[in-house]
Design a protein around this ligand. Sequence first.
Ligand SMILES: Cc1cc2nc3c(=O)[nH]c(=O)nc-3n(C[C@H](O)[C@H](O)[C@H](O)COP(=O)(O)O)c2cc1C
Length: 152
Amino acid sequence: MGSLLPTSCSLLPLNLYDSLSDLPHFNPDLEGTELPSVKDFRTQLQISGGVLISTPEYAHGIPGVLKNALDWVVGSGERYRKPVALFNASPRAIHAQASLKEILQTMDARIINEASITVLLPSNQIDENDIVSHSETSSVLHNAIVTFVSAI
Ligand SMILES: Cc1cc2nc3c(=O)[nH]c(=O)nc-3n(C[C@H](O)[C@H](O)[C@H](O)COP(=O)(O)O)c2cc1C
């Protein structure tokens, strides 16, 4: 997604958190004796200026692994007033987005609505280069990223 980032955003590192599946099932009884994966997730969240979430919808809900991760930070406070942008890659996936918004608002996250978008991807079999070269989609993404960076 590098070429979607405007020059003004180049100093803002974008870290992809790809360890959701390392988190154990949420259990409030483990508070104080959390596994390193939970501590790392909370630290990553703590040090981030903002969080961008793009999730698929399964059976009209958010994936269990994402809800599980969010449950681990309901009580620990890292996401308090943290700017969050939601990028929805499927216009028909309305239930997951609505549910995610409700969950995040309950957690006192600061959802940046102007930076939260739904895009209709050009076709099913595409990669990031196709997205970047698709002018309409890349323009929507670019504007959302700029707006999100401003909010951060
Ligand atoms: C079991 C299952 C349930 C799904 N349920 C929904 C759904 O309720 N709403 C929806 O918009 N898409 C649903 N999808 C589609 C996925 O959100 C996603 O678009 C699809 O898996 C393609 O993902 P990919 O583009 O990353 O390969 C479902 C897919 C699977 C495999």
